[in-house]
Write a protein that binds this ligand. Structure first.
Ligand code: NCD
Length: 371
């Protein structure tokens, strides 16, 4: 059963383009790789992974690199396009992707603009993996989170999950909620300030699946009112704010420390995609419920599984864009890739609303474009 409408099995833009069964296969493969790494150590000999990172990264970038090296493959790429690529000379995403994808068997892309991974896939000659596109999605972090939960709790269903911090701009939260809402009986407790609430386009899948969810503004209330199995702490995404004052008005509102951990459920796992700034006090690291460093390690194994599953298939020819091509419509989201890369085909998905048809930009999803 497909969760979503995409049919291209090679690119990984949004996890929901694949089925829950496919995610479960990937999780099983990753667990096997973790147990028996030697069996897999030569499985990517002669293959090359290209990393195109337009935004800073430690874990995603290095775990992808070590994953490929542990499979016997090689890596090329850039982590700072302004100093070590022709992006500094003004090259667009299309040309960079076209060329790099000709050198590689898989391209891993992180970009500051929403919808950039889909935009790259449109012009790529090898599979593209989305390693984070602005404040939109981060599917490989979600695979990491799913693996952590699966290995540590034994199940991905029937969980009460708290998510705290920047739910508006946190791409890890968006992808994780979309994924966990596809498993049965998961309940979500969304803990944020009013201005950093979960955007509508991520609340929609929760509503569509009939998932139980609550929006609250205090960690203590979350602990008191809900038996959380997991708390997913997130960083306030400074780089996504208009200015430093807006950021400061939101920073340090939620800090998990040992005092709060005393009130938290005894078995509540604490996850965080990292990097942390202040939202988890360092003293919490010694609490056995703090799993974030272990979580980062799971990330390497799930990325090994993902590389194996991606690289062993020929790029199929199904169209990457499946929306309506409409030159008369324009995405209004200033952070959408179509604003910067104006040559991109303008593609929209239609949804039938009470007051007529509503169009969503296929790249960034968030913006609603009326006609
Ligand atoms: C996250 C990201 O880049 O979105 N980090 C990561 O990939 N592990 C979270 C963050 O930057 O806050």
């Amino acid at each position: 059963m497909m969760n979503e409408i995409y049919e291209n099995y090679n690119h990984l833009i949004d996890l929901n383009q694949y089925s829950v069964e496919q995610w479960d296969d990937m999780l099983r493969l990753a667990a096997d790789i973790k147990r028996n790494p030697r069996i897999y150590e030569n499985s990517c000999i002669g293959k090359i992974m290209g990393t195109m990172f337009y935004e800073p990264s430690t874990r995603t970038q290095m775990s992808f690199q070590s994953a490929m090296l542990r499979l016997g493959g090689g890596t090329i790429g850039f982590v700072n396009p302004q100093t070590n690529s022709s992006v500094a000379k003004g090259e667009n995403l299309k040309d960079t992707t076209k060329v790099v994808s000709g050198y590689c068997d898989v391209v891993v892309l992180r970009h500051n603009l929403e919808g950039a991974a889909l935009a790259a896939a449109v012009n790529a000659d090898c599979p593209v993996i989305n390693a984070g596109d602005g404040g939109h999605l981060h599917p490989t972090q979600t695979l990491t989170d799913l693996m952590t939960l699966k290995e540590e709790t034994g199940s991905l269903s029937g969980l009460t999950v708290g998510l705290c911090g920047d739910l508006k701009n946190g791409r890890t939260v968006h992808s994780l909620i979309k994924a966990l809402s596809c498993y049965k009986n998961n309940k979500f407790v969304l803990i944020s300030t009013e201005s950093l609430r979960l955007p509508d386009y991520i609340q929609e899948p929760l509503k569509a699946k009939g998932a139980e969810y609550y929006e609250i503004s205090s960690l203590e209330d979350a602990f008191e009112e809900h038996a959380l199995d997991m708390l997913y702490m997130t960083r306030i995404q400074r780089e996504r704010f208009e200015n430093v004052w807006e950021y400061r008005s939101q920073a340090d509102k939620f800090i998990l420390d040992t005092e709060k951990m005393k009130k938290a459920p005894e078995k509540m796992l604490v996850l965080h995609p990292l990097p942390r700034v202040n939202e988890i006090a360092i003293e919490v690291d010694d609490d056995p419920r703090a799993l974030y460093f272990k979580q980062a390690n799971y990330g390497m194994y799930i990325r090994m599984a993902l590389i194996l599953q991606t690289i062993n298939y020929e790029l199929n020819n199904s169209p990457v864009l499946i929306g309506e091509l409409r030159d008369d419509l324009e995405c209004r989201n200033m952070k959408c890739i179509t604003r910067a890369e104006t040559y991109l085909p303008k593609s929209f998905k239609k949804s039938v609303g009470e007051s007529g048809d509503i169009y969503f930009c296929e790249y960034c999803e968030e913006s609603v474009v009326g006609i």
